[in-house]
Write a protein that binds this ligand. Structure first.
Ligand code: UD1
Ligand code: MG
Length: 458
């Protein structure tokens, strides 16, 4: 986090209808790596320590208010008359409680262009303070296919004209430099320029891009910053583009994980969340999914086909194959969770093991305890949840039901097949199952009698 030279305000446009998503969820709240795309953008911009943040919204403003809380102000644009009109709606929020205009820099971003890098934003702001004192800085790129993008007609980094595809001549359409949509403008000039923008164009909209043309008319320089990374300015307009953005994000994150010292056996099958933390010498086998809130310490092994969310794995822990760790799962040092084991809101202290077919929910498993195959903590009675506490080195025999609330003491043994509903003391054996009936030779006599009967009936 480093502040920019001048005070900074963000104006994030998010009032477009997003119809191509076909969704009740606001477009900018669709998640990538488990985090709304808008929040990815805000996090990158927050690194510049902005003083003000305004998100311009049309429909779905309650959803955005809930997602943003008090981290940004909302300005409503209704109806949506174009990108220039959208930015105008932020003027009130930017001027602050005293009504004085914002005199720092304004960075205009799109909520559906979430992966602009902080360095790129910084480069735009630095250019705005260049010796030729540009009125506007536009972020442009050269896509493989220029499609419907607005064109930036520039010479030696100075913009001659901004023109939308629909308004462009054939010669202008042949220009490959495209407008990303993002701009940097000084706050004391932005709204004066916008006030002079009309809507006499192919779409009848107030184009933000026209502030460049207005400033040019005044003899001002407008500068272009070109990014060579088309991915960072890629907009997300459909579910297919959302999936592509997710794929690109995951690809980068996998490379980062490996660069940081984790082995991914089949990187393309591992899915990270935005906040996954991995230590060194971690091995992640094939087909592992990380949900949000996972921290993995050094020397952890995650075997194939695990789903892990809201969990902390301490040094030397081992998980899976085929395990599910849900929020609140903690595996302390060298604890092990094996195949078909689900852990929720439960701590396995150092060296504890649950190797097969188990559900541990709302539980505390003491260091070195062994949880036998098929053990279930019965934590829910249909109304409330209850805890199971298992002592150090306790041994829970296979196929036991621990009916919470219940405690099993240190070094205690619960015999296989027990349904334990009362506390077990330290060092106790608890056996809860029917007395065994033993009848030597009974089966032999049974078979003999039945075989004889069968012969007689023929
Ligand atoms: C805009 C640019 C175009 C650029 C392209 C990049 C203008 C006039 N055109 O075109 O030069 O190449 O982005 O993707 O600026 N929005 C509002 N209110 C509105 C209209 C749009 O908030 O009234 C928001 C949208 O939510 C979106 C962004 O502004 O985040 C861009 O809108 P969009 O309709 O995609 O603009 P384009 O026509 O594609
Ligand atoms: Mg667009």
């Amino acid at each position: 986090m480093t502040e920019t030279a001048s005070p900074l305000a963000l104006v994030v446009l998010a009032a477009g209808k997003g119809t191509r998503m076909k969704s009740d969820l606001h477009k900018v709240l669709h998640p990538i790596a488990g985090r709304p795309m808008l929040m990815h953008l805000m996090a990158s911009a927050d690194a510049l320590v902005p003083q003000r943040k305004v998100v311009v919204v049309g429909a779905g403003r309650e959803q955005l208010a809930a997602a943003l809380g008090d981290s940004a102000e909302l300005a409503v644009q209704d109806p949506q008359l174009g990108t220039g009109h959208a930015v105008q709606q932020a003027e009130g929020a930017l001027s602050g409680p005293d009504g004085a205009g914002f005199s720092g820099d304004v960075l205009i971003l799109y909520g559906d262009v979430p992966f602009v890098r902080t360095e790129t934003m910084r480069a735009m702001l630095e250019r705005l303070h260049g010796p030729d004192n540009p009125a506007v800085v536009v972020l442009a790129f050269e896509p493989e296919n220029a499609l419907q993008y607005g064109r930036v007609i520039a010479e030696d980094g100075a913009i001659k004209k901004m023109v939308e595809h629909k308004d462009a001549t054939e010669a202008e359409r042949a220009c490959r430099l495209c407008n990303s949509g993002l701009m940097a403008v000084r706050g004391d000039q932005l709204f004066k320029l916008l006030a002079r923008v009309g809507n006499d164009n192919a779409q009848g909209e107030y184009y933000l891009t026209d502030i460049v043309n207005v400033a040019n008319g005044d003899g001002r320089v407008c500068a272009v910053v070109v990014t060579d990374d088309a991915d960072e300015v890629a907009g997300i307009n459909s579910r297919a583009e959302l999936a592509e953005a997710e794929a690109r994000w995951q690809h980068k994150r996998r490379l980062q994980a490996m660069a940081d010292g984790a082995s991914l056996v089949a990187p393309e099958t591992v899915w990270f969340a935005w906040d996954t933390k991995l230590g060194r010498d971690v091995t992640v086998e094939q087909n592992v999914v990380f949900g949000p809130g996972v921290t993995v310490a050094d020397n952890v092994v995650i075997h194939a086909f695990c789903h892990i969310e809201g969990a902390r794995l301490e040094s030397g822990a081992s998980v899976g194959p085929f395990a599910r760790l849900r929020p609140g799962a903690v595996l302390e040092e060298k604890a092990r969770v094996g195949n078909f084991v689900e852990v929720k809101n439960a701590v396995l202290h150092a060296g504890a093991k649950a190797n097969h077919l188990t559900y541990l929910g709302d539980a505390d498993v003491g260091a070195g305890a062994n949880i036998g195959a098929g053990t279930i903590t019965c934590n829910y009675d249909g109304y409330f949840k209850y805890r199971t506490v298992i002592g150090e080195r306790a041994f829970i025999g296979s196929n036991s039901a621990l009916i919470a609330p219940v405690k099993v003491g240190a070094d205690a043994i619960v015999a296989a097949g027990s349904a334990v509903s009362r506390d077990v003391a330290d060092g106790e054996l608890r056996l809860v199952r029917g007395e065994q009936l033993v009848k030597p030779g009974w089966a032999d006599r049974f078979h003999d009698a039945m075989k004889r009967k069968k012969v007689e009936r023929k």
